[in-house]
Design a protein around this ligand. Sequence first.
Ligand SMILES: C=C(O[C@@H]1C=C(C(=O)O)C=C[C@H]1O)C(=O)O
Length: 361
Amino acid sequence: MEYRSKLNELRKKIDEIDEQILRLLNDRARLARDVGHIKKKHNLPIYVPSREQKIFDRLEQLNREFGEYFPTDSIKPVFREIISACRSTEENLKVAYLGPRATFTHQAAIEHFGQAVEYIPVQTIKDVFEEILKERADFGVVPVENTIEGIVNYTHDLLVDYTLKITGEVILEISLHLMGINPDIKQIVRVYSHRHALAECREWLMKNLPHAQLIEVESTAKAAEMAKDDYESAAVAGEAAADIYGLHIIEKKIDRHTQNFTRFLIIGKDIPPASGNDKTTFVFSVKNEVGALYKTLEPLYKHGINMTKIESRPSKKEAWDYIFFTDIEGHIEEDRIRNALKELEKKSPFFKILGSYPKAH
Ligand SMILES: C=C(O[C@@H]1C=C(C(=O)O)C=C[C@H]1O)C(=O)O
């Protein structure tokens, strides 16, 4: 019986600590609200991703010094929600994303902004851009490339056509889970999912649910919705779908062999200030002459700037005419970046900065 009193004693201490955490959360929210008042008075943006990124980096570092009894991987998810909730006392951010609810884009949006914002699911990538332009949303979230499917052309085209800016990025590992209201896999007779998701999990499904009927639906989110009221059904979908539709994850990551990552962009009206660990994305075209690409990119080399990516797309203005989507390390606020891009712009018939934003980890 002695262990019981020990257990009670430990639980009492945990309750006391929770109370202290709660008091501190209230203190924190009050300070964030005061920051919000100053920002509003001076017409400054409420949402400052660079500041949020610095908070995560500092706390992860501190946590390592504290001995990591609390897992460092959990610092960002916990503080993301604390910051999201504190921010919501300053302003109600509206975020449009490629829906419906529970898609991977929704998951990426939650990973970036936390739960305490108003989410607006829309039907197309273009609608995400339109919601911001029409001031129905402050920010938007769209997929831009996947390690298996390649780039999302439509997002690239819209970035050229619209005046909006990339203000952030999220890289998500696309993990597909088997989920349902019934945790007992032996009773599952139907599995719903998107065609691609079923294909990626085929091996696991054949081995573990050889008699189940596999049913294709238009999205993994829809699959979760189909499974939510049926004891004999399961869905293959992402984690957000399990949360939103209240499903148990029966088996985690059944797409076992795949290296499946998607990069999402956060878009908004203005370029956020530098965080110290940023990326700049721009697009340019080249003259039709020998060595044009090499010559146009020379200023990057001259100013010691690291180019992390270059991707060509048809310009759609003339046949066989291309534009180049380019990522470099650094922020447009930095002199060397600004100077290099000014020189590059002079050499290009078409040039546009698409954004400077904190790098995803
Ligand atoms: C409190 C602020 O406003 C927002 C909320 C933050 C927070 O809760 O820590 C951080 C950055 C901002 O997005 C701030 O700018 O410091």
